[in-house]
Design a protein. Structure first.
Length: 353
């Protein structure tokens, strides 16, 4: 199952709205088939592993990180494919809460006389499939918030200079993180100040994450890199319902009107809109107002912070905008996952406590 989970991770950021599933087929102690969800979500992991195994799948044990699907969609049910291949046992990490599946895949296998075991490395599988599960059960994607700044928590000098605070190694690591998410999200301030491309570069990636701009009024000039490249790599603009987005949609961007609150796009409505479009994993790269709003709304599942060995001082721009927290008990807290050097910087990642 550990191998199946490792294979499934290859699909992260590449298969939405489908889950990034891994599958391994074992017979007589040997791996005879491997598969993972293909780019775009199809083919699924199981039929790819079965195709590799061929006739050796008969009587074999199948390890799969999510309950095999049981419904007719754009592809036949994976449970039927396993039955047709005459496997003898299927080991499932976790069930699929999709109402079209939700136990039906397992029931279909058992009705065909196939032994089914559940719960193997379930915690690891639930972590890997967290975005898919959250989208189905809570109508929102898994959210990773990335912050990068100085030792004193600043992202720019008083004059706005920010390139580059962190090292080339840290920036490369960020590109690798982008590649494992369905969408990269930034606020309007970041677009105005940095004019970012938000693409994955230097890794030979063809499939790119959706680039999402969050701006209530959408008062962003369409001469930015994101607008100029919107027809090459998708750009979605999440905005208030009264915003004029004509220039951006003419450039090829997709308009996603959202509810607003406190003068900005409501973060809960934002994530609900992205989930409705099929997004399961979001990588938020700021700026300070958007980051603070996500933290304040308790929407951040993982926090990744790059700290550079430089100090700017209080006059610099802080990582986070104000959150109106006057008691520590109401501050969002996270549990440390790991801390490690990346080039000349330190990367520390935190999980929802």
């Amino acid at each position: 199952m550990a191998m199946a989970l490792s294979l499934g991770r290859r699909g992260m950021g590449r298969v939405w709205p489908n889950p990034a599933v891994g599958c391994v087929i074992v017979k007589d102690g040997l791996v005879v088939g491997r598969g993972w969800t293909a780019d775009g979500g199809r083919p699924h992991a199981e039929p790819q592993a079965l195709a590799q195994a061929g006739s050796l799948a008969q009587g074999a044990t199948v390890y799969v990180t999510l309950e095999p699907c049981s419904h007719e969609g754009k592809t036949p049910p994976c449970a039927k494919a396993l039955i047709a291949a005459k496997v003898s046992r299927v080991v499932v990490a976790i069930g699929d809460p999709d109402p079209r599946v939700s136990g039906r895949g397992i029931a279909m296998l058992e009705a065909a006389g196939i032994e089914v075991s559940q719960g193997v490395l379930a915690d690891e599988a639930a972590s890997d499939h967290a975005g898919f599960l959250l989208r189905l059960t809570r109508q929102r994607p898994f959210v990773t918030l990335k912050l990068a700044g100085t030792l004193d928590g600043r992202i720019a000098t008083a004059t706005g200079e920010s390139k580059w605070i962190t090292s080339p190694a840290a920036r490369r690591a960020v590109h690798m993180m982008r590649a494992r998410h369905d969408a990269v999200v930034v606020g309007a301030g970041t677009v105005r100040a940095d004019d970012p491309a938000l693409t994955v570069r230097g890794l030979g990636m063809k499939r790119q994450p959706v680039r999402v701009i969050v701006s209530r009024a959408a008062k962003i000039s369409a001469d930015k890199v994101l607008a100029k490249t919107a027809r090459d790599v998708p750009v979605w603009l999440c905005h208030g319902k009264d915003a004029d987005v004509t220039e951006w949609t003419a450039a090829g961007a997709k308009s996603l009107p959202c509810q607003t609150s406190a003068g900005q796009v409501d973060p809960v409505a934002l994530m609900s809109a992205l989930a409705t479009e099929g997004i399961t994993r979001v990588f938020c790269e700021g700026g300070g107002m958007l980051a603070a709003s996500l933290l304040h709304a308790d929407l951040v599942d993982r926090l990744v912070v790059f700290s550079a060995g430089v100090a700017i001082g209080a006059e610099g721009t802080p990582m986070l905008a104000g959150m109106e927290i006057d008691q520590l008990a109401s501050a969002p807290r996270f549990a440390l996952e790991q801390a490690q050097p990346v080039g000349d910087d330190i990367c520390h990642s935190w999980r929802r406590a």
